[in-house]
Design a protein around this ligand. Structure first.
Ligand code: ATP
Ligand code: MG
Length: 360
C-alpha cells in the first residue's frame, strides 16, 4: 500500500431532473479514475435531498443536514429545479442554502472548446476560446434584499436591492487576480456597468484598481457588460480570465457555455477559498426536464466538474488526465446529441471509462 495515499470524503447531492443521471455517470468515471491511478481514494456519501423531498417534508435540507455536509472534503452536486416548484424556492431551498452558509463566495466557470467539439462561432477553434469566468457568489444582485408592498394593487412596489461591500468585492477581485496569475496569459478582464450603476459598480472599479497594484504581472482590462457580450462573440481570443458580479457573470457564463459548444459540457465550482467549509462542484446546466429520463443528457459537464473538484482537492495531475481522456473520447466522435452526435449518457460514460483503463 502507498503510505501517502490520500482518501477524500465526497458528498453527492444528485437532486432533480437529469442531476441523478449525470452524477451517477460522474461517480462511475471518478471511481474508474481512482481505481486505475491508485494514487488517491474517494469515498462517496449520498444525500437524497431534492424537490421530491421538499414536496414531502417542506424542506430541502433536513435539520442537521448542513452539519453532516460540513464533514466532507467536497460536494458533488447535480441540479435543482422541478416543474411544480417555483424556481426561486428550489434555488434558495437547496443550492443557495449550501453556498451561503458555507461562504462559497467564488464561483468559478472555466470554458473552452474541447478537442473534437465545435463552437457555433465561425473560425473559432480549440485554443481560441479558453476562459475562466469568476462570479461573485455571495452578494450583489442576488443578495436577497428587498421586499414587496401593496400586494396586488396597481401601485404595488417591489425592490430588489443589490448589495456590494468592500469586503466581498475585495476578496473576489483578489481571487480573480490570483486565478489570472496562474494562467499563462496573466490577463484579467474586470466587467462592470459602472457608467449606469454608479455606486456599487464604481466601488468595483475602485477596488479593482487598488488590488491591481498587488499583481503587477497581471494585465488588467475593463469592460462594460453590454460591450463584453459583443467581444465574447466577435473576439473570443482576446479574453482569458474574467471577473464580474453575481448577475452579470451568471449571464455571461451561459453565453460562454453556448459559445464553447454546449451547456452540456460546462462545469462550475462554488469555492470557499478559506477552505473552512467544503466547496461544491456542479455542472452549469439545470435540471433539464425536457430530456430527463431519456438517457441522452451529456455527462461531460459532470466529468469536467469532477476534474475541477480533483484539482481543488490537490489532485491536479489526475484532473488533467481526466480531461485528456474526455477530450480523446470527444475526438473519437463519441458525442451526445447536444454536441451533434447520437451517443447516450451511458455510451459516453462507458467510452470514458474504457479510455481511462486503456490510456492511463
Ligand atoms: P433549470 O431551471 O434548473 O435551470 P432548465 O430546465 O432551465 O433547468 P437547463 O439545464 O438550464 O434547463 O438547460 C436548458 C436546456 O439545455 C435544456 O432544456 C436541455 O435541453 C439542454 N441541456 C441542459 N443540460 C444538458 C445536458 N447535460 N445535456 C444535453 N442537453 C442539456
Ligand atoms: Mg435554466
Amino acid at each position: 500500500a502507498n503510505p501517502v495515499k490520500k482518501a477524500y470524503s465526497i458528498a453527492s447531492i444528485p437532486a432533480d431532473g437529469i442531476g441523478p443521471e449525470v452524477v451517477e455517470a460522474g461517480i462511475e468515471v471518478l471511481e474508474a479514475l481512482s481505481g486505475t491511478l491508485q494514487s488517491f481514494d474517494l469515498d462517496f456519501t449520498h444525500y437524497d435531498w431534492s424537490s421530491d423531498t421538499y414536496k414531502k417534508t417542506g424542506k430541502y435540507i433536513p435539520d442537521g443536514g448542513l452539519e453532516q455536509l460540513k464533514k466532507h472534503d467536497a460536494i458533488l452536486f447535480g441540479a435543482v429545479g422541478a416543474p411544480d416548484v417555483p424556481d426561486h424556492i428550489s434555488l434558495w431551498g437547496l443550492r443557495l442554502a449550501i453556498c451561503q452558509p458555507f461562504q462559497q463566495y467564488a464561483n468559478v466557470r472555466p470554458t473552452r472548446v474541447l478537442k473534437g467539439t465545435q463552437s457555433p462561432l465561425r473560425n473559432c477553434n480549440t485554443g481560441d476560446l479558453d476562459w475562466v469566468i469568476i462570479r461573485e457568489n455571495s452578494e450583489g444582485e442576488y443578495a436577497g434584499h428587498g421586499g414587496r408592498s401593496h400586494r396586488g394593487r396597481p401601485w404595488e412596489t417591489a425592490t430588489e436591492v443589490s448589495i456590494f461591500t468592500r469586503h466581498s468585492v475585495d476578496r473576489i477581485i483578489r481571487f480573480a487576480f490570483e486565478t489570472a496569475q496562474k494562467r499563462p496569459r496573466k490577463l484579467l478582464t474586470v466587467v462592470t456597468k459602472s457608467n449606469a450603476q454608479r455606486n456599487g459598480l464604481v466601488l468595483w472599479d475602485e477596488v479593482a484598481a487598488d488590488v491591481a497594484k498587488d499583481f503587477p504581472d497581471v494585465t488588467v482590462d475593463k469592460m462594460l457588460v453590454d460591450a463584453m457580450t459583443t467581444r465574447m462573440v466577435l473576439k473570443p481570443e482576446t479574453l482569458d480570465t474574467i471577473v464580474a458580479t453575481n448577475l452579470h457573470a451568471d449571464i455571461l457564463s451561459d453565453l460562454a457555455a453556448a459559445l464553447a459548444g454546449s451547456i452540456g459540457i460546462a462545469p462550475t465550482s462554488n469555492l470557499d477559498p478559506t477552505r473552512e467549509n467544503p466547496s461544491m462542484f456542479e455542472p452549469i446546466h439545470g435540471s433539464a426536464f425536457d430530456i430527463t429520463g431519456k438517457g441522452v443528457a451529456n455527462p461531460v459537464a459532470t466529468f469536467w466538474t469532477a476534474a475541477e473538484m480533483l484539482e481543488w482537492l490537490g489532485e491536479g495531475e489526475a484532473a488533467q488526465k481526466l480531461m485528456q481522456v474526455v477530450e480523446n473520447v470527444c475526438e473519437a466522435g463519441v458525442l451526445s446529441a447536444d454536441l451533434g452526435g447520437n451517443a447516450t449518457t451511458k455510451e459516453v460514460t462507458a467510452a470514458v471509462v474504457a479510455e481511462i483503463k486503456k490510456s492511463l
